[in-house]
Ligand binder design. Structure first.
Ligand SMILES: Cc1cc2nc3c(=O)[nH]c(=O)nc-3n(C[C@H](O)[C@H](O)[C@H](O)COP(=O)(O)OP(=O)(O)OC[C@H]3O[C@@H](n4cnc5c(N)ncnc54)[C@H](O)[C@@H]3O)c2cc1C
Length: 585
């Protein structure tokens, strides 16, 4: 059942309490409540996903930022960005960030997952082992209409899970230009791929999106809402923040943190709920780390009151830096006109409302590419930080207009936008508590350290150079389509000017991970520190708490992160069921 006030929740004690009904939390809510003998309470800070109808419309994803369904965080000033601060969106709604994200559906390469197995010394995280979980998550559904897609372009990796995934419903530019350039390029890095989720992530191809039949498919629509509608052992409390975890007064070998303190406002009642089996933190890369810090679990030199010294809490924060560039094109068949023409938007909205068709049924991204830096790049840098030869360093996303608030779409003219991302960054930042803050109503200090390393800066410049190279293929000038670079970027022709362009305009692509990273089980074998959680996602140094969300990833995936989080959540559900002898394991 859904509750909006803590005092209405029928019990203060549940077998499991899940903190955050986000991407991972909703998967767990559904999977753990499959066992009718266990009671599950999910506590969500934000609103219900049914409260904002635009969440459903794929094309309008970016309009959800800085609204009532966004936490709307801000970073501390970033020295790599000439002192600019960035806005940081996160879903403040059931489904979490899967309800407000751009829906790109990528799970990383086999090398990525094998690197997680190596870092944790747990073969259960390897590519081969995660296949059974991947198969539980998504189903590929046909686009509402798109005759251009040929059978040999249809990806094969999706299976029969509840998240719907589709290819673009419409064949719009620059799909043909990208495919032709990829099919004819001399540079083997510019090649076509049928499926970035096949294990080899490299190549240019269709964007798979977590959407189907014209609607966004989120972890709320796919997992949480159907379970809530049918199961009496699952309760959801929304509009309520967990403010900290509280340890039992009786100290055993390790402190037991099975009590959850929650509140609806900073000065409102702070109530305690208790889990008999386990508390699962799924509050995301910022939320889960903030809750542990507020509970006295973190680096001892940073906390006023330390119960467990855990030096990595809040550290190792990584995100993908991006920069957006525009090119003028000789075509009126571009997406920018939709964003700026309100009459056209209203017509398209009416079509979507009536039939769930039209361009609003698609995300703006129809094609994208993942590629490595050229071999020559690594002569001056130690080694490639990507997880292996099937993992990219760079990404080019075509027509992702307004993916970032910096470099917004020009107000007149027709453009191709290219969002260029560094997906294997080496810069790492942190989150910390604001001094003297005592609860989650005060946002933490978020410091990505964007572009803080020489590698990241020079890789971004290389990414721009590679984009220009890709756009020099004959397919782009056919029928005079591509005219040339636009705006401030058009004048950035030297490496130094490009560096400045990047510092002035870069953002991150909203894939933060790593603040509660997973590490090896045995301290004797440890590699790069023990991490905050063990390979089964238990918080080290305490009892009764697991973390299941993007914060546990020990290295940033070289891909969009949501599908990775779904996989982590499916495996976590299995591990928890096993630990408590539950049905469905
Ligand atoms: C704007 C945007 C665009 C993105 N685009 C893509 C994309 O195209 N493809 C892709 O793969 N990934 C994308 N991502 C990233 C992806 O969505 C996230 O990596 C993933 O959803 C994170 O899942 P999570 O479970 O870790 O956290 P979330 O899904 O964010 O869930 C955390 C939940 O916990 C709740 N919470 C937090 N603190 C508390 C508290 N104190 N008490 C109670 N509840 C709390 C939150 O409200 C939220 O519901 C995007 C993200 C954003 C924000």
């Amino acid at each position: 059942k859904l509750f909006t006030r803590p005092e209405d929740v029928p019990s203060r004690t549940y077998d499991f309490i899940i903190v955050g009904a986000g991407t991972a939390g909703s998967v767990l809510a559904s999977r753990l409540s499959e066992d009718p003998h266990k009671s599950v309470l999910v506590i969500e800070a934000g609103v219900s996903d049914s409260s904002v109808s635009t969440i459903q419309i794929p094309f309008l994803a970016s309009s959800l930022r800085q609204t009532s369904v966004d936490w709307n965080y801000t970073t501390v000033p970033q020295s790599g960005l000439n002192g600019r601060s960035l806005t940081v969106p996160r879903g403040f709604v059931t489904g979490g960030s899967s309800s407000i994200n751009s829906m790109a559906w990528t799970r990383g390469s086999s090398d990525l997952w094998n690197s997680y197995a190596k870092i944790t010394n747990d073969v259960g995280w390897s590519w081969d082992s995660i296949q059974s979980y991947w198969k539980k998550i998504s189903t590929l559904v046909p686009p509402t209409s798109n005759d251009a897609i040929t059978p040999d372009q249809i990806p094969l990796s999706n299976s029969n899970g509840p998240v719907l995934v589709n290819l673009p419903n419409y064949d719009i530019p620059p799909r043909q230009q990208v495919f032709d350039a990829a099919n004819t390029a001399q540079d083997p890095r510019f090649r076509f791929t049928r499926d970035v989720n096949s294990g080899d992530s490299l190549g240019f191809g269709y964007n798979q999106a977590s959407a189907g039949h014209g609607f966004r498919s989120s972890s709320a629509t796919a997992y949480l809402n159907p379970a809530l509608a049918t199961r009496s052992n699952l309760d959801l409390l929304i509009n309520t923040r967990v403010t900290r975890l509280v340890n039992d007064p009786v100290i055993q070998t390790k402190p037991v943190f099975k009590q959850v303190e929650l509140a609806q406002s900073p000065h409102g009642d702070h109530l305690l709920f208790k889990a008999t089996d386990e508390v699962i933190l799924s509050a995301g890369t910022f939320g889960s780390a903030q809750i542990l810090l507020l509970s006295g679990i973190g680096p001892k030199d940073e906390l006023e009151k330390v119960i467990v010294d855990s030096p990595d809490v809040g550290k190792n924060l990584k995100d993908h830096p991006v920069v957006q560039i525009y090119f003028t094109v000789n075509s009126t068949d571009t997406l920018d006109s939709i964003f700026r023409n309100s009459t056209l938007t209203a017509q398209l909205l009416a079509e979507w409302q009536q039939n769930k068709t039209g361009i609003l049924s698609d995300t703006p991204i129809n094609v994208f590419g993942l590629l490595q830096l050229p071999d020559t790049f690594f002569t001056s840098v130690d080694s490639n930080p990507a997880s292996g030869p099937k993992s990219p360093n760079l990404e080019m996303i075509f027509n992702a207009f307004s993916a970032t608030p910096t470099a917004p779409a020009p107000s007149a003219g027709n453009f191709l936008s290219v969002v260029i991302a560094l997906v294997s960054p080496t810069s790492a930042g942190s989150i910390k508590l604001v001094p003297n803050s005592t609860d989650t109503f005060t946002a933490p200090l978020i410091d990505f350290q964007v572009l803080a390393t020489d590698f990241d800066m020079s890789a971004m410049v290389q990414a721009i150079n590679d984009t220009e190279k890709f756009l020099s293929a004959p397919s782009w000038t056919r029928d005079g389509y591509l005219i040339g670079p636009f705006g401030e970027f058009a004048n950035a022709t030297t490496a130094d000017a490009r560096l400045q362009y990047i510092r002035n305009n870069a953002d991150t692509i909203h894939h933060p991970v790593g603040t509660l990273k997973m590490g090896r089980n045995s301290p004797a074998q440890r590699l790069g520190g023990e991490g905050v959680v063990d390979p089964r996602l238990n918080v080290r140094g305490i009892q009764g708490v697991r973390v299941v969300d993007a914060s546990i990833l020990p290295a940033i995936p070289e891909c969009h992160t949501q599908a990775v989080v779904y996989i982590v959540a499916e495996r976590a559900a299995d591990m928890i069921k096993q630990a408590f002898g539950m049905l469905g394991h």
